[in-house]
Design a protein around this ligand. Structure first.
Ligand SMILES: [Fe+2]
Length: 222
């Protein structure tokens, strides 16, 4: 999450992302969005990070982290070496089974499942937006001479099938997501500002708050 001194810039960034979502005409398909992040992926993988159970360089499904299976990820490569430092996407095979996408404690546990996925014939290009499901496999990949890149990612929870209760209480589900409705997202940077509350750094994600009320973050009416 952004630091408090970048709040104005972050709000402008949110406004741009909201415009993109709205321009796609998909607003009504989603019940909630997780606020987008702007990410820097360094030129090479940090060895220490590679040992982490959820290292993004290991092929994984977002649902393995505990994200709802009804989650769609929006991925936008923006700046830098987005061609050699990219997200590799894989499709599930025809015999995909629901249990494959249950949460796990380490992406390595899913290696066998991951090996069944089929590399998608997609070459990530700047200026494009990529959508993939929480049960699609992907990994951060870098060629040996890759440079750093900046990209953005946002998750949306699909309507109808999306069950917020289930999303919130599952044993392994993400507890620290900040979810916002599509309508609220579209107001940010226009009618309201998104800002930290009761926190100096604002660098903390907070639990689901449907009312956007008493929270570390809140929408501040002007
Ligand atoms: Fe991931």
């Amino acid at each position: 999450m952004p630091k408090s001194h970048f709040m104005l810039e972050y709000n402008l960034f949110l406004r741009v992302i909201a415009d993109i979502v709205d321009g796609m005409g998909v607003r009504d398909l989603f019940s909630y969005f997780r606020l987008p992040t702007l990410r820097y992926k360094s030129a090479s993988a940090n060895e220490e990070n590679m040992d982490r159970p959820y290292a993004t360089e290991k092929p994984h499904l977002e649902s393995w982290l505990g994200h709802s299976k009804n989650t769609i990820t929006f991925h936008i490569p923006i700046l830098g070496d987005v061609v050699n430092n990219y997200v590799k996407l894989f499709s599930p095979p025809d015999d995909y089974q629901e249990t494959w996408s249950n949460p796990i404690n380490d992406f390595l546990i899913g290696e066998e499942v991951a090996s069944k996925y089929i590399a998608a014939d997609i070459k990530i290009q700047p200026g494009n937006l990529y959508l993939f499901e929480a049960v699609s496999l992907y990994a951060t990949v870098r060629t040996p001479d890759a440079g750093g890149r900046i990209s953005t990612e946002m998750m949306g929870l699909l309507k109808d099938e999306a069950d917020i209760e289930e999303f919130e209480v599952g044993e392994k589900t993400r507890e620290l997501d900040y979810l916002i409705t599509p309508d609220s997202l579209l107001k940010i940077g226009r009618e309201v500002l998104f800002g930290p509350r009761n926190s100096l750094s604002g660098a903390i994600e907070k639990k689901v708050d449907l009312e956007i009320g008493d929270n570390l973050y809140s929408l501040i009416q002007n």
